[in-house]
Design a protein around this ligand. Structure first.
Ligand SMILES: NC(=O)C1=CN([C@@H]2O[C@H](COP(=O)(O)OP(=O)(O)OC[C@H]3O[C@@H](n4cnc5c(N)ncnc54)[C@H](OP(=O)(O)O)[C@@H]3O)[C@@H](O)[C@H]2O)[C@@H](O)CC1
Ligand SMILES: Nc1ncnc2c1ncn2[C@@H]1O[C@H](COP(=O)(O)OP(=O)(O)O)[C@@H](O)[C@H]1O
Length: 285
C-alpha cells in the first residue's frame, strides 16, 4: 500500500471553507444537513451535534431521531426542523450504541446511507460503513477504529491505532474505501486517493465528553454547505474533514482563553464556533 507523508493542515488550507450567504441564497440553497444522532441512552450527543452544526453555519438542520433526544434538541435549538425531508448531506451515528439500535433508528441510518449524498459517519453507525452509497467520511476515535477492524476480522498495521495512528488512518481509508478522520490529540485524516493530513489540537482541554459529537456537527455543516463540490470530487470531503478538526481546535482554544486558559465543556466549543468560523470565511464576489 502506498503511504504518503501526512501534512499538517494550516489556517491557509482551512481558509475560505466557510461560506457566507449571498443575496441569491435562501435556507435551502445554503445547504440542509440531515442528522441522525442521539438515542435514549445518549440524548445529549444529539443536542451537541445539532448545536455545533447550527453554529458552524448551515441553512437548516433536520433532526431525525427518537422522541427523547428530539425533545432536547428542540428545547435547546428550536430552529431545528424535526423529521425527514430533503437534505444535502447527513451526519449519523454519534450518541448511538450499535448494539442497542431500535428497528426504527436502524431504518433512519440506512435511509441516510442509501441517499448517495455525502455522509459523516460516527460512533454507533460505523459498522454500517459498507452500506454507503455516497462520499463518506468516518470519524472514529482509536478505540472505535480498533473495534471496526476487529469486527471485520482485519488486521491493522499495529496492535492498537494509538501506536501508529497515521498508518491506521491510511489503512482504514484503503480497507473501507472512505475518508477517515481518526480523532486524538493529533487528528489524522486520510482518504483512498492517498491524501493524508494531520491536525494538531491547540489545547488538550478538548479531551472531555461530547467534544467528538461537536466535531461531527461541524463536519456535517461543512459537508452540507459544500455538497455539490463533494459529489463532483470526493477528496473535497477529506479536506473539509481536516478543516473541521482545525475549526474545532480553534473554537476550543478561544473558549478556553475566554476563561483564562481554564477548562471548557463541549457546548463552550459550540458557542465559540461562529467567531472561529468567521476567521475562515470564503471571499465574496
Ligand atoms: N453527552 C453524550 O451524550 C455523550 C455521548 N457519547 C456517545 O457515547 C457513545 C460511546 O462513546 P465512547 O467513546 O464514550 O465509548 P466507546 O466508543 O464505547 O469507547 C470505549 C472504549 O474505547 C476506548 N477508547 C475510547 N476513547 C478512546 C480514545 N480516544 N483513544 C483510544 N481508545 C479509546 C477505550 O478502551 P480502552 O482503551 O480503555 O481499552 C474505551 O473504554 C458514543 O455513541 C458517543 O457518541 C460520548 O460522545 C460522550 C458524550
Ligand atoms: N489529549 C487530547 N488533546 C487534544 N484533543 C483531544 C485529546 N483527546 C481527544 N481529543 C479530541 O477530543 C475529541 C474527543 O472525541 P471523542 O473521542 O469522540 O469523544 P466523545 O465521544 O466523548 O465526544 C476529538 O475531537 C479528539 O480529537
Amino acid at each position: 500500500m502506498e503511504r504518503h507523508e501526512a501534512r499538517e493542515w494550516t489556517h491557509d488550507d482551512a481558509s475560505g471553507s466557510v461560506r457566507a450567504p449571498s443575496a441569491d441564497d435562501d435556507k435551502y440553497r445554503r445547504g440542509v444537513l440531515g442528522v441522525v444522532t442521539g438515542s435514549n441512552e445518549y440524548p445529549g450527543a444529539a443536542v451537541l451535534s445539532v448545536e455545533a452544526a447550527h453554529r458552524t453555519g448551515v441553512g437548516m438542520v433536520r433532526y431525525v431521531g427518537p422522541r427523547a433526544p428530539r425533545a432536547l434538541v428542540l428545547a435547546r435549538r428550536p430552529e431545528t426542523v424535526p423529521g425527514r425531508g430533503r437534505v444535502q448531506a447527513w451526519l449519523i451515528g454519534s450518541g448511538i450504541a450499535a448494539d442497542r439500535r431500535t428497528f426504527l433508528l436502524l431504518g433512519e441510518l440506512t435511509h441516510a446511507l442509501s441517499s448517495e449524498l455525502p455522509v459523516v459517519l460516527d460512533a454507533g453507525a460505523l459498522d454500517l460503513v459498507g452500506q454507503r452509497t455516497g462520499p463518506t467520511v468516518i470519524t472514529p476515535h482509536a478505540g472505535e477504529l480498533q473495534r471496526l477492524f476487529a469486527a471485520r476480522e482485519t488486521t491493522g498495521p499495529t496492535e492498537h491505532p494509538a501506536e501508529d495512528p497515521a498508518a491506521w488512518a491510511t489503512a482504514a481509508a484503503h480497507e473501507l474505501g472512505v475518508a477517515v478522520l481518526l480523532k486524538g490529540a493529533v487528528t489524522h485524516v486520510a482518504d483512498p486517493s492517498g491524501n493524508a493530513y494531520t491536525v494538531t489540537a491547540p489545547t488538550h482541554w478538548l479531551a472531555s465528553a461530547g467534544t467528538g459529537d461537536v466535531l461531527g456537527g461541524i463536519l456535517g455543516a461543512l459537508a452540507a454547505t459544500h455538497a455539490a463540490e463533494i459529489l463532483d470530487d470526493p477528496t473535497v470531503l477529506t479536506k473539509l474533514a481536516a478543516t473541521a478538526a482545525y475549526l474545532h481546535g480553534q473554537a476550543a482554544v478561544a473558549a478556553s482563553r475566554a476563561v483564562g486558559g481554564g477548562p471548557i465543556v463541549a457546548l463552550d466549543i459550540a458557542a465559540a464556533l461562529p467567531a472561529a468560523a468567521g476567521g475562515l470565511l470564503a471571499p465574496t464576489d
